[in-house]
Design a protein around this ligand. Structure first.
Ligand SMILES: Cc1ncc(COP(=O)(O)O)c(C=O)c1O
Length: 408
């Protein structure tokens, strides 16, 4: 099985570490891995401090709370995003204001942004879609500064450590990283908030210290994810064993979904407002150690995809993306046809605020207001990037076969 969404970051060593941790319950909640993970992160983002939490969505909510914004505040986000970004804004009673994207860069369109700024705009969330530096990043930051806005740079999909070594964060800026299972680094759930603003760090640190620990059952479920995901992936096409295991563990509730039922219904769910436990920090430190190697492989694979599908001006050579975007006609049919071959492509994002089926009214999005984002959502697929060169070539070959069949 090749999959963009299912356990894309895990290998045998991640699974073994999870299993060892599973059998060392005294290390689940407390231990020295938290400090180690913070130190590793702080070395990637010089002159900054890190806070660790259980999820990016909880992180966005805690930042907005810490900023003590007026109740009428407007928060700018881009369309072509995930409800995880918007539900915390709605939960606090603020208004999300959607900015359209540029078709090729999947990030904010500057003209659309300029039109959406009002005296009530207090915060701008700048999303690094698929781990790409937004094309207009410098201009967006300047604009935010000139309008006295606070900027949350959303690096949930991934980041390039080389870029951040040279960047200096301002006091009006915080970075949010996610370590959810389908992001560039995975501890199944998790998030880091990175800031050089001392008073913001202190207030977020006080919140972090007072959060409750996840229950032991929840930790057990999270530690099962990596070994189970690997087992399912490797046995998927063998007599359907993987499929049966997947069904069984879902029925037994051994695998926690990425999005809760409440979130699917368009409500913020506080279930991840929890302390980041030591055992997940252990999984994270291991992923951080091999992050340079993972990013190298992603670069190689992205270069293969770029050279096969033609020039992609928005994706410079040697960019490591957590998933590679491609716009394609008959997207849904292609996804189904490849699934039959056990190749599962991603579809971030199928609607202006994902996931598909979310009532857009619940997140304050008006259909038709961001036409470019809506257009992209109709035809986007995401190719996995942490795969071997052989797998990448196989994916391209299968896409080419299906597309030429559809042409006839
Ligand atoms: C762009 C973006 N930001 C933030 C998040 C939130 O991350 P987390 O899953 O850690 O809550 C997501 C989740 O999918 C996302 O896609």
């Amino acid at each position: 099985m090749i999959s963009t969404d299912f356990g894309p970051n895990e290998d045998g060593n991640d699974a073994i570490l999870s299993l060892i941790t599973l059998f060392s319950p005294w290390t689940w909640r407390m231990g020295d891995a938290i400090l180690k993970a913070k130190k590793q992160l702080e070395s990637l983002f010089p002159s900054s401090k890190a806070i660790l939490l259980m999820s990016g969505r909880a992180g966005i909510k805690l930042i907005l709370q810490a900023l003590n914004l007026p109740p009428t505040s407007e928060i700018i986000v881009q369309a072509f995003t995930c409800e995880a970004v918007v539900l915390p804004i709605r939960a606090l009673g603020f208004k999300p204001v959607y900015v359209d994207i540029e078709k090729n860069s999947y990030s904010m369109d500057l003209a659309s942004l300029q039109n959406k700024i009002t005296p009530q705009t207090k915060v701008l969330i700048l999303q690094h879609t698929f781990g790409m530096i937004p094309k207009n990043r410098n201009k967006v930051l300047e604009l935010a500064k000139s309008h006295n806005m606070f900027v949350i740079e959303d690096l949930a999909h991934g980041f390039d450590p080389v870029f951040w070594q040279k960047e200096k964060l301002s006091d009006n800026q915080v970075l949010t990283l996610s370590f959810g299972r389908s992001k560039a680094l995975s501890s199944v759930f998790g998030c880091a908030l990175i800031t050089s603003n001392k008073s913001l760090h202190d207030s977020l640190g006080a919140v972090e210290a007072n959060l409750p620990y996840p229950s032991l059952w929840f930790i057990f479920q999270l530690l099962c994810y990596k070994p189970l995901a690997l087992l399912i992936r490797y046995t998927y096409s063998f007599l359907s064993i993987g499929k049966i295991i997947h069904k069984s563990v879902t029925i037994l509730r051994l695998m926690v979904a990425e999005i809760s039922v409440k979130e699917k219904a368009g409500e913020y769910d506080p279930y991840l407002e929890l302390k980041y436990p030591n055992c997940l920090a252990k999984l994270l430190t291991f992923q951080l150690e091999k992050y340079p190697h993972m990013q190298e492989q992603r670069k190689i694979v992205c270069n293969i995809y770029s050279s096969c599908v033609g020039v992609m001006p928005s994706i410079p050579k040697d960019t490591a993306l957590c998933r590679f975007p491609l716009l394609i006609e008959n997207r849904d049919m292609l996804v189904k046809k490849l699934a039959v071959q056990n190749i599962f492509l991603g579809t971030w994002y199928t609607q202006a605020v994902a996931p598909r089926g979310l009532d857009l009214g619940k997140v304050g999005y008006h259909v038709g207001s961001c036409p470019v984002a809506e257009d992209v959502c109709r035809s986007i697929i995401n190719l996995p990037t942490l795969v071997t060169v052989e797998e990448a070539n196989k994916i391209i070959k299968m896409i080419n076969i299906q597309c030429s069949v559809n042409d006839h």
